[in-house]
Design a protein around this ligand. Structure first.
Ligand code: M6R
Length: 600
């Protein structure tokens, strides 16, 4: 989704900002722009499309040591050069970039800006015009900025330049992530630390409804009431090399291949010297105390949550409900007396999940975040965090974060069972190492999986994934993977549900990918395959060693029945990857999608 960078230092800002924007490309965007403060003016360069197009549009004769940049994922107004950020006030004195959504922008326009001619269709332009209006009425720039922020409803991360004061960048934040990076005589602004790691690894977090005046050698954080706040920086523990593709053609393929390593990493992080599970006593207590667990997540993380429910219920005997964050937000079910909320989020920044967390905290309920980004909003605002240790996930299609989430959930489930004194015959550490080996074996079968992708998916219009029990959950994820990167209409169904409607869609040659890793439903799912095959479908059966039948398309190595989803998803990820390649799709940056969905 949208990204912000800002720089105030002693070097030419253009290249630093452009490099910063390139680091944010993975988040998804449809236009990009930078503004550079030079001796005589604020210079604006913006383009629809990729940063490569912006690079061509930049006038390299314009030099300046202060600037801001933006990648836009359109919300208000189509993706276009005009709607791309930065935006300027009518006199062009003020220049702004914005992430988020200003919910009351039309009301503000009517109330304060009736006589202003707007250039773009964006909500952002209202903010910069308001600042100009209040300054023209006699307020200081800082005062006008603060007053404007106090009028805004919705989410924002903002960075503002003033042509009349070339030594300051004003920033403000509410609900959208924003950090200020500090170094010697250089300060930066970034919506994601990764974007500015080439300048500094020291960052200061901003809280909601705070603003900062950033100069070369100082940052002043204030509340909207004008009180100054002291806050220590933290070190962003990110390795810049983790965010490189290396020899891989795409991040997605690299991240798929990293999964065995990620699982081994999780094992080492969650195992103590006695080979027991290492987990904070507070989390253990919170899990034990809760009478019901509510898992809240979106997309792929929601699919991991479905598996998590099953693991916690089966192993720890604790009732769990898994909810889609955006639904839970506006349609909260009746809650139990002592709930514990678990938020699952790769990025830790998903606005829908954060919306629920805010409500949960208002009610005083405990919350645990399972995330790949400790220090993210969901991690900071929850009471506890479990880290998934998957390393930065850059491809929009989530792969290693999903399997890491399920691995951590399995460990949590076993730990809770043990805390409750339940005897179980399942050692997650040992079983996860078997999973890592099985993943490796599947990652080595790319040639075969590429052939399957070509045969079943190179030209099809649609594809259905069917499975029962845990296999159904992985079908939902397989379908999401396929549709988001190859644009094939793909849906996951519980095998038994097909004949209640969906079977009407089966035509001659419709590809059906069936997953069969669960012994207790093996016969039933095979029956479902026969039903669709009899109606012309073209089935691809992925079964597990020990349950295979003659003619199965792929047999995955056997793993514990609680952990099959971690392994059966690997061929689905790889098949989706090759299907997207066969259809000439942009694997790492699928259309209309963003890596981190920071607007509701
Ligand atoms: O960062 P999160 O895990 O909270 O993101 C949730 C979804 O937006 C995300 O999983 C999305 O569905 C992925 N693109 C799927 O590959």
């Amino acid at each position: 989704m949208c990204g912000i960078v800002g720089y105030i230092g002693n070097q030419d800002a253009k290249e630093i900002l452009l490099q910063g924007l390139e680091k944010l490309e993975y988040r998804g965007y449809d236009s990009a722009g930078i503004a550079i403060v030079s001796e005589d003016n604020n210079h604006l360069f913006k383009e629809k499309g990729r940063i490569a197009a912006l690079r061509e549009a930049v006038d390299y004769n314009v030099n300046g040591t202060v600037g801001i940049g933006h990648t836009r994922w359109a919300t208000h107004g189509a993706p276009s050069q005009i709607n791309a950020h930065p935006h300027q006030s009518a006199s062009k004195r003020f220049t702004i970039v914005h992430n988020g959504v200003i919910e009351n922008y039309q009301q503000l326009m009517r109330e304060y800006l009736a006589d202003v001619d707007f250039v773009s269709d964006t909500d952002t332009e209202v903010v910069v015009q308001l600042i100009e209006k209040f300054v023209s009425e006699g307020q200081s720039v800082e005062g006008a900025f603060r007053f404007t922020l106090s009028l805004l409803k919705g989410s924002y991360a903002l960075a503002l330049l003033d042509r009349e004061d070339r030594n300051k960048v004003y920033v403000g934040k509410n609900k959208s992530p924003l950090l200020v990076g500090i170094s010697e005589d250089v300060n930066v602004v970034a919506s994601d630390a990764m974007a500015m790691l080439h300048v500094t690894d020291q960052f200061v977090e901003l809280m909601d409804q705070e603003m900062v005046i950033v100069t070369r050698d100082n940052i002043t954080i204030k509340t909207l009431a004008g009180e100054t706040i002291d806050r220590e920086p933290y070190t962003a523990e990110l390795d810049a090399s983790d965010i490189e593709k290396g020899t891989y053609p795409h991040y997605m393929l690299k991240e798929i291949d990293e999964q065995p390593l990620v699982i081994r990493n999780i094992i080492s992080k969650y195992q103590d010297d006695n080979n027991d599970i290492k987990l904070s006593a507070d989390i253990r207590e919170a899990m034990k105390e809760a009478d019901r667990i509510y898992i809240i997540a979106a997309g792929t993380s929601y699919h991991a949550g479905l598996v998590g429910k099953q693991l916690i219920e089966k192993l720890a005997g604790k009732p769990v409900e898994t909810h889609i964050a955006s639904e839970f937000l506006y349609n909260m079910p009746l809650l139990s007396e002592k709930p514990l909320f678990i938020f699952i989020s790769q990025s830790g920044e998903t606005a829908d999940s954060r919306g629920v967390l805010v409500k949960v905290k208002e009610k005083g309920y405990p919350a645990l975040t399972i995330t790949n980004v400790p220090g993210s909003t969901l991690s900071r605002e929850a009471d506890f965090t479990l880290h998934t240790f998957a390393g930065p996930e850059i491809a929009v299609a989530s792969t290693k974060a999903y399997t890491a989430q399920m691995a951590v959930l399995a460990i949590l489930a076993v730990d809770t069972a043990k805390a409750k004194g339940i005897e179980i015959d399942f050692d997650p550490i040992q079983e996860l190492s078997i999973v890592a080996n099985a993943m490796e074996a599947l990652c080595d079968q790319k040639e075969k999986l590429e052939k399957i992708a070509r045969e079943y998916l190179a030209v099809t219009r649609n594809c259905f994934f069917i499975g029962r029990a845990a296999d159904y959950f992985v079908c939902l994820e397989g379908a999401l993977k396929l549709k988001e990167i190859s644009y094939i209409q793909a849906e996951g169904f519980a095998g038994g549900e097909l004949k209640h409607g969906t079977i009407a869609l089966i035509e001659d040659g419709t590809p059906i990918i069936a997953i069969a890793t669960q012994e207790h439903v093996n016969l039933s799912i095979r029956g479902n395959v026969k039903e669709v095959a009899a109606r012309g479908a073209y089935p691809c059966i992925i079964s597990m060693e020990g349950l295979q039948e003659e003619g199965d398309t792929l047999v995955i190595p056997a793993v514990h029945e609680y952990l099959t989803t971690l392994v059966s998803v690997i061929p689905l990820q790889i098949i989706s990857y090759y299907a997207a390649l066969h259809r000439d799709c942009d694997v790492d940056k699928p259309r209309n999608l963003a890596k981190s969905v920071t607007v509701e």
